[in-house]
Write a protein that binds this ligand. Sequence first.
Ligand code: ADP
Ligand code: ASP
Ligand code: MG
Length: 439
Amino acid sequence: MKVLKFGGTSLGNASKIKEVAKLVNNSDSKIVVLSAMSGTTNELVEIANKLYENNYTEAKERIDQLEQNYLNVVDSLFTTSHYKKEGLNLISSHFHSIKSYTKDILTVFEEKSILAHGELISTALFHYYLSENHIKSVLLPALNFMRTDKDGEPDLYYIKENLNREINSYPDDTLFVTQGFISRNNFGEIDNLKRGGSDYTASLIGVAIQASEIQIWTDIDGMHNNDPRIIENTKPLAHISFEEAAELAYFGAKILHPASINPAKTANIPVRLKNTMQPESFGTLITSRTEDKGIKAIAAKDDITVIKIKSGRMLLAYGFMRKVFEIFEIYKTSIDMITTSEVAVSITIDDAKYLDDIVSELQKYGTVEVEKNHTIICVVGDFIAESKGYAGTIFRALNSIPVRMISYGGSSHNVSILVEAAHKKEALTALNSTLEPYV
Ligand code: ADP
Ligand code: ASP
Ligand code: MG
């Protein structure tokens, strides 16, 4: 069995949904994981923000507009009056539920419930479309089997048990459809796997059912060697390793959710990135194979905050780092980069939710400086072990750019460079042209 995940970009309008239906309509047994139609989750986030601000008028206007867009999708998607009616009923019941939140102060739990409608609607519409076209499928509610534990991490045991039980109750079926992104938390409340989380759902499902392959279908022909949103003429990489894919995803390659590679890597299930608009293109195959050496790709991660702790006396003492790391652990904030000197340590984080608390704790140990708005540029490949002058080449490329921090040798797959966000494009462009012969 395979897992095929189609992102919002593959479900942008009725005709794109029809293309996806063509791609899944064959005898291979599979679970199809769908995101919300593109733009929907962003819009639901905006609606929730208006509700948090008690701006019910604008929230209602936005809800009405979104509902209207869906009514248009229903009209273009279905041909028969029966399914047009089913589609309209579906949309009106989901929007009735969203509108019920426009009366009172929104809670975090209610926000999560609002966001879940995007995936619930896209999968229900897709399932109806398959039925209208006499393609037999089973709609599996992800809320029946996707669950996170008390730490907010996926509960793989629960997912395995419940998903396999659901699938096994349809022994004659080969085409299953389910929602990406949404889950329940430890208390059984509606939750999600964070933005872009449908890739993570696909990977977790792949592991739970021991899939032969996890396919991520999107609007580009695989993992490119640089960020195509910023750099022109980037190229797809035919083959990369799990480690390289994980580094690229973690350091900003939006094509994959940062956590999505790890489960597949652990279970050794190949991940294939494919283009819905050009299914004949090879895409990218991600496996444990690492035979291609050298620099493969460059990615960039934005909104990085640097925290510098200065304390000559404390830094010389052993145990200091442990105390520093403990503070980040208490606030569940992960560290991306770290550099040390005799008198100071600089640390970067991307999640600044607990920044004020972290800073006030760190101040017990020295002077703390915070700089926001930085970008980590990450050069990925399998090259550190080889003394081929890669480091020199990377740093020569950045000759005219003020570099704030460097991390080299942490793994053999990654060199990370921290620059101010204002220098991001310049740095990516300089690296792209200088590293061209290598990538
Ligand atoms: P989906 O809706 O299918 O989940 P996303 O927008 O989340 O799609 O991811 C696909 C996008 O990721 C591409 O359109 C591309 O702009 C962006 N992207 C960023 N970095 C890379 C990269 N290195 N390779 C390919 N795509 C990338
Ligand atoms: N719909 C969700 C989002 O936009 C999940 C996803 O697209 O992967 O973040
Ligand atoms: Mg995505």
